[in-house]
Design a protein around this ligand. Sequence first.
Ligand SMILES: NC(=O)C1=CN([C@@H]2O[C@H](COP(=O)(O)OP(=O)(O)OC[C@H]3O[C@@H](n4cnc5c(N)ncnc54)[C@H](O)[C@@H]3O)[C@@H](O)[C@H]2O)C=CC1
Ligand SMILES: O=C(O)C(=O)COP(=O)(O)O
Length: 528
Amino acid sequence: MKVLVTDPIAEAGIERIREQGHEIEKAYNLSQEELLDAVVDANALIVRSGTEVTREVLEAAEELVIVGRAGIGVDNIDIEAATDNGVIVANAPEGNVRAAAEHTVAMTFATARSIPQAHERLSDGEWAKGDFLGTEVNDKTLGIVGFGRVGQEVAKRLNNLGMELVVYDPYISEERAEQLGAELVNDLTECLRAADFVTIHTPLTDETENMIGAEELAQLEGGYVINCARGGIVDEEALAEAVDDGILSGAAVDVFANEPVERDNPLLWVEDIIVTPHLGASTEAAQENVATETAEQILAAFEEEPVMNALNAPSVDESSFPKIEPYIDLADTAGKIAVQLFDQRVEEVDVEYFGDIADEDVDLVTASALKGVFEPLEWQVNAVNAPRVAERRGIDVTESKSRQSEDFQSRVTVTVSNDEDSVSVCGTQFVGDDSRIIRIDGYRVDAIPHGHMLVARNEDAPGVIGFIGSVLGEADINIAGMFNGRETIGGEALSVYNLDDPVSEEVLEELNADDRVIDTKYISLNGR
Ligand SMILES: NC(=O)C1=CN([C@@H]2O[C@H](COP(=O)(O)OP(=O)(O)OC[C@H]3O[C@@H](n4cnc5c(N)ncnc54)[C@H](O)[C@@H]3O)[C@@H](O)[C@H]2O)C=CC1
Ligand SMILES: O=C(O)C(=O)COP(=O)(O)O
């Protein structure tokens, strides 16, 4: 597999991928055109914040399985487009949290004590001791906007340094805030009014973009703003103006709406605003952590194992995975068989779980069943985009679970239907990776789902199976295995043949022409 790396990551991650035999191509600072060229044959793409992964890039990347973000923020990746194209997006949400929190603390002190400004004056030979009267953080109130991983780590650190904490985050519980000694408030204005320092730790989303403008900054009168989250959350012009006009005492900014930042960015030209070039995650430990975390996601995707930090694929927790793993492929196969037997317009897909598997998190299994149903119908479907393909095709998807499972420990049934008709295929897993189809509609069967199959509905009469066997034999199609199921003696029977070769239309016609044969369907499980 080829892994394209377009922003520098730690060698530890590169090595982890290489040692599994994959090829790494490093290509930094690419123009959009160069990136479009480079991704064409990439199976994975690793980025940090420096690469814009647009819809165009994702559409050009026909072999792409996963985009790994060696860090937290994914605002530079079009996740919608990735999902549409069946590409997993995974980040590394843990590895740089402490680095980002420490940088925030450093920036808080640096702005409160004007350290960069004092350094610059002294470097110029000026002993400007009298010009810098700083602010202590002790006994001041820190307003935290966004109380996720980084926000909470900042809270712990600055609380220990004597700050009171006020938090604004509409998506966290009061208990969580209380546990960390913070007061949760209901609106941003309340947070800004209460605070002496405000630090931002939300992602950049449609909701947070320009969330803090001139009006909001005015509520913080005399205070300081620290933004180590994302440029674009705080309006840059408004912040520069508020500090320049003395409405705020200072600001510390690590992230910018456009990076690398342009020389004319107003934040660079205000004395009391200090800036760093997006250094929050830039520590040795953090870079090693996120690079290896990302490498693990890439390798899991290549192995078709669950990608634990996937942002757009059904996730599975580590403890459930061994229990559902055999059913991922089985559901896919049952879906493929069902849709090929149905051979009509599908309006509904129902996935039912019986027995022990009903206790597990089965999102990935259901997505896999959908993949199976859609694979014979369209290109480029996988567990990432299968639910979306269903939505786009207007197909209702239902999932049901029951602890009862008759004779089997677990089984999964995939039913495809429309108003008039339906086909159900049920499978189970025996010990030792041995999957079987055990029911097709009402018929009990025992078929190994593999390669080429023929499913025939016929009269339960002497000689029919012999007839089918001889037609296949004449066409030089070898029968590897066969199972016959019937409802009542002399009624209708259903036989399933495992074949070594595909079955042509002519052979099906010859079989169907016999009065005793109700219907035959050739099923290929070899993909398109
Ligand atoms: N400067 C740097 O190098 C780094 C920057 N970051 C940035 O830090 C930010 C936070 O990262 P994490 O804490 O790991 O993310 P997280 O997902 O753990 O936390 C984000 C928090 O923001 C809250 N939130 C979302 N919308 C909100 C809104 N409208 N108002 C208030 N709160 C809102 C969420 O409920 C969540 O609690 C991200 O933007 C990330 O990209 C992260 C690492 C390094
Ligand atoms: O992890 C994040 O969200 C960061 O902002 C770090 O960005 P970077 O990997 O240094 O480009």
